[in-house]
Design a protein. Structure first.
Length: 379
């Protein structure tokens, strides 16, 4: 049974663990064979000190906590984290290393720090002008190379659902902040393009990726965390846009979200979690994707896009998530960084490890659950 006290307790445990995840061992990455790396054994991803997507999602989750409580309780941590990384020097520019800019695009304006603001503007312009593009001007999901901070993996001609959260939310946030219509329009274009190539209308679910070179969706796998990037990300996008999004376009995005949630609730395991391959019950139950799905459903109910009764699915998920938080705050049963697989077996074999984004997505889910209690107090 969920209580406000339990959610507060679990939230603090997960936050404390996130803040103490430590750093990365690059020498380990250089010694790890390619097969192990492909299955998620990438030291860079496990800690909270590097500048990449796991840490970017971690930062955004922590920023969500400050929004929930309306204070700057983690301000010193944020300042130290960004200062250390800029002093060290940022890694290569790509989609995944854009993720930490999402939290910074809020903090830099909260702090009125012009240097950070200019850096955010420069990254937004880089996305527009220099990030490699696919056909139809899609954001090619360029990622960091493993073992070399200044190199990239191009993933030529590939769209990944991850891009919407890793880069597009940031670009849209900057478009709203700077009143830059080109940036806002490009962010919308990316959402629509990714839906066009990744949404499976027969099921209501999303594929992980699309290749313009192969002209297919790789293994056509319905990956849990990939789907959760949309469930969570599209509502963040709609919230960012406020009333500045065309009504017809907003309705379209809301309907895609609702159709996806309708599909997801029918695939929820009796435990409350979702399987890492959503449609295959022999794949393991995965907590990070389940947390982002739960957060999206809770937010969808709060935004009145979903009926109130859909909250029961999210509550069931949050109960299961709480059971997967160890005594030291470690979020258990989180799949490691995942490339695109050519069959479902690949996703089933991605290793399970504590990850910054696992901590963060659970933080976001718990924050959304706590907002329900705040809502009830205000009535």
């Amino acid at each position: 049974m969920l209580t406000e006290e339990l959610l507060q307790e679990k939230l603090q445990l997960v936050i404390d663990k996130l803040l103490h995840l430590g750093g990365a061992d690059y020498e380990m990455d250089k010694k790890t064979d390619a097969k192990s790396q492909h299955l998620g054994l990438v030291a860079r991803d496990f800690g909270f000190e590097e500048w990449d997507w796991p840490q970017g999602i971690g930062l955004y989750g922590l920023y969500k906590v400050t929004q929930l409580y309306g204070d700057g309780g983690y301000g010193e941590f944020f300042r130290e984290w960004f200062s250390q990384n800029f002093t060290r020097g940022l890694p290569s520019r790509n989609v995944n290393t854009t993720a930490p800019f999402l939290a910074l695009s809020y903090l830099a304006w909260d702090w009125e720090e012009k240097g950070y603001q200019n850096t955010c503007r420069e990254r937004a312009q880089w996305l527009m002008e220099l990030l490699p593009k696919t056909k139809e001007n899609g954001f090619q999901h360029v990622t960091s190379a493993i073992g070399d901070r200044q190199a990239v993996r191009l993933n030529d001609g590939e769209l990944w659902i991850d891009t919407l959260v890793m880069a597009v939310l940031f670009l849209n946030r900057m478009g709203m902040t700077e009143d830059n219509i080109r940036w806002r329009e490009e962010a919308l274009h990316q959402f629509l393009l990714h839906i066009k190539y990744l949404y499976h209308k027969e099921s209501g679910l999303f594929f992980h990726g699309w290749s313009f070179l192969r002209n297919d969706n790789f293994g056509s796998v319905f990956w849990c965390r990939g789907n959760s990037w949309f469930t969570f990300g599209v509502l963040e996008y709609l919230e960012q846009c406020g009333g500045q999004l065309d009504g017809g376009v907003r309705k379209y995005l809301e309907e895609v979200f609702c159709a996806q949630v309708n599909a997801l609730v029918h695939l929820q395991d009796v435990s409350g979690l979702w399987h890492t391959v959503l449609t295959e019950t022999d794949s393991y139950l995965e907590v990070s994707g389940s947390a982002a799905i739960a957060a999206g459903i809770l937010k969808g109910v709060r935004m009145r896009l979903l009926p109130e009764e859909y909250g029961q699915y999210a509550v069931k998920a949050v109960e299961a998530i709480c059971e997967n938080i160890a005594e030291d705050g470690t979020v258990l049963n989180v799949s490691a960084g995942t490339a695109i697989g050519l069959d479902s077996d690949y996703y089933k074999n991605v290793m399970v490890r504590p990850m910054a984004y696992g901590q963060s997505l659970v933080i976001i889910a718990l924050c959304e659950a706590l907002k329900q209690y705040e809502k009830e107090k205000s009535i």
